[in-house]
Design a protein around this ligand. Sequence first.
Ligand code: ATP
Length: 219
Amino acid sequence: MKLGLFGGTFDPIHWGHLRSAEEVREAFGLDWLLFIPASMPPHKAKGAATPARDRLKMVRLAIAKNPGLAASSVEIDRPGKSYSIDTLRYFAGRQKKGDALYFILGRDAFEDIGSWKEFRKIFPLCHLIVTSRPGCGAALALRDIPIAARKLFCYDPTTKSFRYKSGTYLHTIKLTDIAISASEIRARVKNGKSIRYLVPAEVEAYIRRKGLYRGAGGA
Ligand code: ATP
């Protein structure tokens, strides 16, 4: 089984996230793609203002009709900050022979990977899929890999990806550009503007019903 893990704050989930998930799932033939909302993302200094349970609920509403997508509360259920290495160890420990794990992250997130907890231990556990974002292509050169791990990768021209010494791959994928960001959505709600067609209708209704993003500091 090929399992994709897509972590993020998802505050809130929007069509940019959903289309990314769909394109990655199709391109890499993943059986499942799990959205994993972070409880307290270590790299978002302000912290997520929205309770994790609301963010998880919005993810579940957004993906309800797609049988290839699911959500996991593993980071929310774990006390303390969300570290990717802990999540990857959790899923790697549950794999069966022949299974493969794919960790999906945006090119913007990949740029910071060198500062993540135990980041070198991530590479042998899973394949990485680095995705593009409008204004931020996915393409990587060897110099984009954190210096501490660089010499453990080599470029594989056949697959046009980087191969880690243990046999896992660092792939990149250029996605359809959808210039939506969660911060823009929060700001629009705060300013009383429409978010229709930026998020699924079920998510829009949930935000309205719960009065999310209206208060000070909402953006
Ligand atoms: P914020 O605006 O608060 O930073 P965000 O929209 O970037 O939020 P996150 O939950 O931080 O949302 O994103 C999770 C992952 O989804 C990141 O790896 C990010 O690169 C990717 N992502 C977010 N928005 C898009 C988009 N419009 N297109 C492609 N990838 C996206």
